[in-house]
Write a protein that binds this ligand. Structure first.
Ligand SMILES: [Zn+2]
Length: 89
């Protein structure tokens, strides 16, 4: 898991996601399935009670606190959905 502080921290992961082009499947808002080298990983994006945005991925890299490209791919979908929700509210 890592805490999302800004887009800069995602730059490398986004670049990798653009190259790898993983499949991102929508499960429900904040929960996505992203294809990886060994099948699908689950990515969970949420906002903690103290306002931090946290991202969880079930891959090995994320376990060590790395920003993986699965998280970057899921986040790009999540951010778009969150924006749409805000506009609807
Ligand atoms: Zn991952």
């Amino acid at each position: 898991m890592f805490i999302l502080k800004g887009i800069e921290q995602l730059e490398k992961a986004i670049a990798k996601a653009k190259k790898v082009r993983p499949r991102v499947e929508f499960d429900h808002f904040g929960r996505y399935r992203v294809s990886g080298s060994k099948g699908y990983y689950t990515v969970i994006c949420r906002k903690s009670d103290n306002g931090y945005k946290t991202v969880d991925c079930t891959c090995k890299g994320a376990e060590k606190g790395l920003v993986c490209y699965h998280a970057a791919a899921a986040l790009s979908l999540h951010v778009g959905l969150a924006r749409r929700q805000q506009q609807a509210a």
